[in-house]
Design a protein. Sequence first.
Length: 179
Amino acid sequence: MLEPPASAVLVEAFVNTVDVEEASDEIATPAGLSAWMGKRGLPGAPGGITAGVHADYLALRAGLREELGAHVGDTPDPELLAAADRVLAGHPLLVTARGTLTPAPGLPPERAYLAALAVAWNELVTTGDAARLKRCAEHTCAWAFWDVSKNRSRRWCSMKVCGNRNKSRSYASRKRQAV
Ligand SMILES: [Zn+2]
């Protein structure tokens, strides 16, 4: 079963709001975040997205991207992980009767969605599926992807593009060393 579960689709879409290669970021501003949420059919924040909420989303995204980088062997930045943890600590979750997690009631919609992202991530970690969600090992790309390979060995979002880029670069550096 290599189809990504809904939780992986959600986390993947969130971490890919930034496109490293194109140097673009859909949620770079509170208005951008609000528009992105609207596109996903989420109720907007009644008073608009505050700077604090926006900063929390960016910190969570940065932390998640570090986690996905670790899945291709990159060393995560502990400060980014700690910052994401601090955000999560401010978004309480409850355990349901079925033993799953859910955002605590009473959170405003924009915060409940952040908590829902935490729930999705937790689900992936619990099932072990998190290991299939990776950040492309080609750092100029850094696109998040779901690894469909049987042994979860993929390191690049596309072998054709990023895998080959990496190969030709290591070939060039081997040649340089040989000279
Ligand atoms: Zn890539």
